[in-house]
Design a protein around this ligand. Sequence first.
Ligand SMILES: Nc1ncnc2c1ncn2[C@@H]1O[C@H](COP(=O)(O)OP(=O)(O)OP(=O)(O)O)[C@@H](O)[C@H]1O
Ligand SMILES: [Mg+2]
Length: 267
Amino acid sequence: MKIIAFVSAKGGTGRTTLVANLGVILARAGYRVLALDCDPQNALGTLLGMLPGLRVGIAEGSSSNEIIEYLAAQRGGVPYIPFGARDRDDLQQAESTLLADSGWLLRRVLEIVPTGTELVLVDTPAGERVWTERVLEMAHAIVGVHLPDAACFATLPVIAVILERRCRGSELPPVVWHVLNQMEPRNELARDAELLLRQHLGERLVPCSIPRDPVVGEAWAQQLPVALHSPMTGAVAALRELSERLLTSFADLRRHTATSLQPARES
Ligand SMILES: Nc1ncnc2c1ncn2[C@@H]1O[C@H](COP(=O)(O)OP(=O)(O)OP(=O)(O)O)[C@@H](O)[C@H]1O
Ligand SMILES: [Mg+2]
């Protein structure tokens, strides 16, 4: 099992959009993939068909059997585990556990992610939150999601600190990629921002920027990932290219999965 975390210092960059759509694309390509919401906003469910009225999630006390039943009832294009903990007391309790016990999230993932899952794509909150820190500790790959604007460029030092902390002293540092989302090639400011990001991130910034495409928002308004709503649109073509790049990082995925189910911190 490989865990891929999607992070950004700033909100609204497209982490949730990427997790949902890459999940759908990889599931359609035949991978056993699961989308996991580790953001207390619970936004991933609005794209992947959160089932109303059910208290299920990584931050709830849901058992693995409850999660399996929940996954079986879904029709969102990729199996997905919600965050849960919708009221403030539940969230505070989950965060206290997370702060006190650094191994809790990893144990929870191993408990509830179905056996045989090859890829877990994890949505995280923006900035330096304890959820993001714990997700990064167990991630095999990290994707930084950026917008082509000055505000996003200004947050690069924050991402650098987060990644440096994750990689420091690690025998098996994660693979790190950065992706530019909502690119507008005709906008001069966006082109300048892309250039600056390329200068700072080098080849870690994947060449296939994802275009700003109004269909992404239209699909979301219908509670659908754009990869299901409009599979032929430009943003989906770029997302497909991104999915292939992520897979090349795990070229031996199928072989590796057969012999090991250890997450990053234990392998
Ligand atoms: N490539 C794109 N083209 C057009 N709109 C996009 C694209 N990617 C994302 N969006 C839109 O941008 C908004 C933010 O996207 P999303 O919620 O995925 O970002 P996020 O980083 O998860 O935000 P948050 O910090 O709130 O969790 C949404 O309205 C989404 O529809
Ligand atoms: Mg989000």
